[in-house]
Write a protein that binds this ligand. Structure first.
Ligand SMILES: [Zn+2]
Length: 116
């Protein structure tokens, strides 16, 4: 008698994970619009350098997002940014951020979508 013992261990087959493209949604502290990270500039409160702009998006610290749009920076600097970062901006920080916002090119509508 030959018993082919097939020990059936319930193998957990690694299921191919359905990779859904996850686009992180961020809220602009200026206009409060929720958007993907694209088009938003990260501002981060660092422990050693105060509030700085984080073009890489990789600095650690409490961050907030503002559209690359001068109008959003203006609104954000009226208090919403401080609120989002839970801090008070020093005059120098405020000035630096305001200057950054003003240096941004005004957002233009894509061609063909002009409101007439
Ligand atoms: Zn905005």
């Amino acid at each position: 008698m030959t018993t082919t013992s097939t020990t059936q261990t319930p193998k957990r087959k690694a299921q191919p994970q359905v990779r859904r493209k996850h686009i992180p949604q961020r809220t602009c502290v200026g206009c409060r619009a929720v958007e993907g990270k694209r088009g938003l500039v990260r501002v981060v409160r660092t422990p050693d350098q105060g509030v700085v702009i984080d073009p890489t998006g990789k600095r650690s610290g409490r961050g907030a997002y503002v559209h690359a749009d001068p109008a959003c920076w203006e609104t954000a600097l009226k208090g919403r940014l401080e609120h989002a970062l839970k801090t008070t901006l020093t005059p120098a920080e405020r000035e630096g951020l305001a200057a950054y916002g003003k240096s941004l090119p005004p957002v233009e509508l894509p061609p063909g979508e002009s409101h007439v």
